[in-house]
Design a protein around this ligand. Structure first.
Ligand code: UDP
Ligand code: MG
Length: 172
């Protein structure tokens, strides 16, 4: 196995349509077939900035505006996504295979997107799950969605920084 495939990481998002359709359990069960390890997980309220940065490769597409609304939960009355990092050999290929093709109508019927996705009248593919497309994208996305402390293994090099006078919420 090539170095790049070993201990690979991928970002997984359960998108707002997946949450609204109560598919979290089904999707996580399907992904467990990969025998990969979940090394980070959280619920996220997606800001406009995070959404636009995440999908920046699509910013010139006609559906970009709708896509940003979609991932922010504005089409589903569910203003959150579940973000996870899956880790292990060949993680990206394994998860993308289970997810199926981007277009849910073209995705294999038994794949996650083929089973649960749909295309809206506005032309957005509501495909219930995001999986990183390659190791570079995975690194960019994982660093965008998670801090090093939220991930239980050392995926990428870190540095120590002392932050002074940063206002943080703590338990009262
Ligand atoms: N998308 C869409 N219409 C398209 C292409 C993409 O609505 O013609 C949406 C869809 O939700 C997709 C996301 O934009 O998952 C990101 O697109 P990308 O090409 O990166 O596909 P993915 O990596 O998610 O399969
Ligand atoms: Mg992609």
């Amino acid at each position: 196995m090539s170095e790049e495939l070993k201990d690979q990481a991928t970002l997984i998002l359960i998108k707002p349509d997946g949450l609204k359709k109560s598919l979290t359990g089904n999707i996580l069960t399907r992904l467990s077939e990969t025998k990969l390890e979940i090394v980070a997980a959280k619920m996220v309220r997606v800001s406009k900035e995070l959404a636009e940065e995440h999908y920046k490769h699509l910013k010139d597409k006609p559906f970009f505006g709708e896509l940003i609304k979609f991932i922010r939960g504005e089409l589903h009355d569910r203003k959150k996504v579940m973000a996870l990092v899956y880790w292990g050999d060949g993680a990206i290929k394994k998860c993308r295979e289970l997810a199926g093709a981007t277009n849910p109508e073209e995705a294999e019927a038994t794949s996650i997107r083929g089973s649960y996705g749909r295309i809206t009248t506005g032309g957005v593919y509501e495909n219930v799950i995001h999986v990183s497309s390659d190791p570079r994208e995975a690194e960019r996305e994982i660093k965008l969605w998670f801090t090093p402390e939220e991930i239980i293994v050392d995926l990428y090099p870190t540095k120590e920084a002392t932050e002074k006078e940063i206002k943080k919420k703590t338990w009262a």
